[in-house]
Design a protein around this ligand. Structure first.
Ligand code: PYC
Length: 406
């Protein structure tokens, strides 16, 4: 599915070998963010004595469990700048990797079914435009022209009044993104250790000196936690308090059908989002599950609720079969923005709080975290997302752009 390069190099699998006793940097988490950080550490900062430790397999956490949407139509200037950098990196990633990541620019509609939703769309459009991002509020006629197969009257339940249209909205093959970064990091000397679980982080005073794993001890100067839904397990090892709570986020795909849908459609009010994959499957999701749960179990409730809302918008889907469903663990913060950068423990860096928007941040998070670790100084793009903002009451209110209701 595209893991072969244009030059027909064989598929890449990291060699399994013993852990070394020392690395300069240990990255916990072999998802997209961890792999991207390892890649940029090696490529842009020449730091290659790096181990990525992954308790499962590469990209098997939230990286392989999202609905692959990429966009920068956020609500705050801080969020817009950050995700715009990510979109631009995504656009060049296939060339950078020499690997097809199936990046497909589709255009992204966020539907408004109420006056207050329309007001938020106007707000987002103005903030976006101010930052040079291509977003605008469009009316029913424009939506009907671009998405003719959608029932704008929603079967009379909650008629669509307008939408935020974001032309750069895209989808990408999520596994290829993680494996492209992994291969690029590995070829530059980074070690990737799958099935390696971190059991403790060792400190002396307030400084990191190593990690314990189920495969032995490592000494190191710097540790970066990039584990999304497993963040509380890691931060508890150091007694670091964060306001993160974990909620399952479920998704599913339909059987493949003839291509008919070339845009991404999101409704925050109906709690659905949908796009059609290059294989013809409809990739669909809803809001997070209603209660805190550290689990990736799927439920029938989810499919039933999703189908109910989807059929309001797309009645002709009623006979379509669901093929697969799955769940990820969303690490949600109170202001719906991530937590990134340095922490009170010297040498311990955090990349977390990815909630339901982590995939789209993969390149920019890897790049800015690598810079932060290499320079031991928080990159300016992620300064607003520092952990201390919760103590300083300096929040980055991003809930209105979180796409799905929470
Ligand atoms: O933030 O675009 C988004 C999103 C889509 C699905 C879940 N989150």
């Amino acid at each position: 599915f595209g893991l072969q390069s244009e030059h027909n190099e064989p598929r890449f699998f990291p060699e399994s070998k013993p852990l070394k006793s020392h690395y300069d940097v240990v990255i916990i988490g072999g998802g997209g963010h961890g792999m991207a950080c390892a890649y940029y550490l090696a490529k842009e900062h020449g730091i290659t004595n790096v181990a990525v430790l992954e308790q499962g397999y590469i990209g098997g956490g939230n990286t392989g469990r999202n609905t692959t949407i990429v966009r920068s139509n956020y609500l705050t200037p801080e969020g817009v700048k950050f995700y715009d950098t990510s979109v631009k990196l995504f656009e060049d990633l296939a060339d950078d990797f020499d690997l097809n990541i199936f990046y497909s620019t589709r255009g992204h509609f966020t539907l408004a079914h109420t006056d207050s939703a329309l007001r938020t769309m106007r707000w987002r459009a103005e903030v976006n435009k101010h930052q040079g991002i291509d977003s605008e509020v469009v009316g029913r006629e424009e939506i009907a022209k671009e998405v003719p197969y959608m029932d704008l009257d929603c079967n009379g339940h909650a008629p669509v009044m307008g939408a935020l249209y974001h032309a750069p909205g895209s989808v990408a093959r999520h596994d290829a993104v993680a494996w492209g970064y992994a291969r690029g990091a590995y070829n530059r000397g980074v070690e990737i250790h799958q099935k390696t679980r971190v059991t403790a982080i060792r400190t002396q005073g307030d400084k990191v000196v190593g990690v314990d794993t189920d495969r032995g001890q490592i000494s190191c100067n710097k540790v970066i936690s990039m584990v999304a839904g497993s963040t509380p397990r890691i931060t508890e090892m150091l007694g670091i308090r964060t306001p993160i709570e974990i909620f399952p986020l479920q998704a599913c795909v339909s059987e493949p059908v003839k291509p008919f849908m070339d845009t991404i459609v999101v409704s925050g009010s109906l709690h659905v989002y949908v796009s059609q994959s290059s294989r013809g499957e409809l990739v669909m999701g809803a809001s997070v599950d209603p209660s805190v749960l550290h689990s990736t179990r799927s439920s029938f409730d989810f499919v039933e609720g999703l189908a109910d809302q989807m059929l309001d918008l797309f009645p002709f889907m009623s006979r379509m079969k669901v093929m697969r469903q799955w769940a990820g663990m969303s690490d949600i913060t109170p202001d719906f923005a991530p937590i990134m950068g340095k922490t009170p423990i010297d040498g311990f860096y955090l990349d977390a709080g990815w909630g339901t928007w982590g995939f789209k941040a993969t390149p920019v998070s890897g790049k800015t975290m690598a810079w932060t670790v290499a320079n031991d100084k928080t990159h300016e793009l992620i300064e607003p997302f520092r952990l201390s903002r919760f103590a300083d009451f300096d929040l980055v209110g991003e809930k209105g752009a979180a796409s799905v209701g929470h």
